[in-house]
Ligand binder design. Structure first.
Ligand code: KG4
Ligand code: ZN
Length: 336
């Protein structure tokens, strides 16, 4: 089955072609990051309008890259949520219109399920069951995964998501949106040991997270340094970035270790934008090696939003016969 995947939940227009026999054939992404950078975050109306402009040209691009035509598509998967309502509506409308015109099935899929399954697109994919850490701009969740659609929530953030904490820290340090990769790059120049930031909720049992206290601690440190003799120099900012990143990563690593121990699983999957973070990957690899567990993640371009993960997740569900009715599905808030 040849599936077209469409992702438009936020600020990336992602499209891909996945063949259930031959794997991923082609994929394309247009990032709106530069357009939103002037505003310090995503402007929903601008995002929707740009998806309208880019989506069909990208669909034609992935078809021509794979040497296929529109008539060859056998099913369409699109992100039905969670996300920005206008942006979701663009992907859902195009998916349903194309599906209606071509007379093929269409299915709305959960964005976080897309992230969760993205590591399946790599060589040597993880077998079920596994524990997954989903870390994106809107979610921080630990999930036990026994199969497609068989998800058991083990823990999640009670306030900010990890990616959100990275983005807010970036803003405090005067870095552009999206902040995660920029905080990580600045942290490379940091000297360890100048600060020690808290590892929230690691001192009590359980698998929930909280990042708002860490964010406040970072803000207080930034404000205190602004008033100091050195001021908020480049080195001070780099040292703060490193202290923040180290604390956030260590917190995630501690909870992942607990989740592996509690479930007895020896496979850990990390997915979502923050799973591109090198320090996080290294920390998890080191922890997992001690437990004789294995860590799986997607290539960096499939950690952040993309069409390939939606095509893959949709293909698995469509193979099992799932389809939308005639209505476009767009669900801004949607627990997995
Ligand atoms: O999964 P994603 O592309 O979009 C959502 O569904 O939210 O995740 C975006 C988030 C942003 O908060 C971004 O700052 C963060 O992932 N991110 C990173 C890195 N790359 C992206 N955070 C830390 N280190 C990175 N290298
Ligand atoms: Zn995402």
């Amino acid at each position: 089955m040849l599936i077209l995947g469409i992702e438009t939940s936020c600020d990336e227009t992602g499209v891909a072609l996945f063949d259930t026999d031959r794997g991923l054939l082609s994929h394309a992404l247009f990032s709106q990051v530069d357009m939103h950078a002037d505003y310090g975050g995503v402007v929903p109306e601008l995002a929707s309008r740009d998806h309208v402009r880019k989506l069909l040209p990208l669909c034609d691009q992935v078809l021509s890259d794979a040497g296929r035509a529109r008539k060859d598509i056998e099913g369409i998967a699109y992100t039905a949520g969670p996300g920005l309502i206008g942006a979701l509506m663009v992907g859902g409308s195009v998916a349903h219109a194309l599906g209606f015109a071509l007379g093929i099935p269409v299915l709305g899929v959960h964005h976080m399920e897309g992230h969760l399954l993205a590591p399946m697109l790599e060589d040597n994919p993880p077998a079920f069951p596994f524990v997954a850490l989903l870390v994106s701009g809107g979610h921080t969740q630990l999930v036990r995964v026994d199969g497609i659609g068989e998800y058991q929530m083990l823990g999640e953030s009670v306030d900010d998501a990890a990616g959100e904490a990275f983005d807010k820290t970036a803003k405090m340090l005067g870095l552009d949106y999206p902040g995660g990769p920029r905080v990580a790059a600045l942290a490379e120049k940091g000297v360890p040991g100048r600060y020690r930031f808290p590892r929230p909720m690691t001192d009590r049992p359980g698998l929930d997270f909280s990042f708002s206290g860490l964010k406040t601690y970072t803000l207080n440190t930034v404000n205190a340094e602004k008033k100091s003799a050195e001021g908020l120099s480049h080195q001070v900012r780099a040292d703060i970035a490193l202290a923040f990143e180290t604390a956030a990563v260590e917190t995630l690593v501690i909870k992942c270790r607990r989740a592996l121990e509690q479930t007895g699983c020896d496979r850990l999957v990390i997915a979502g934008g923050v799973s591109a973070n090198k320090r996080l990957r290294a920390g998890l690899e080191k922890m997992a090696a001690k437990l004789r567990a294995q860590v799986f993640y997607a290539r960096p371009e499939f950690c952040t939003d993309n069409g390939a993960m939606i095509a893959y997740a949709g293909a698995q569900r469509m193979k099992a016969g799932q389809r939308d009715g005639e209505r476009i599905v767009a669900v801004p808030r949607w627990p997995m």
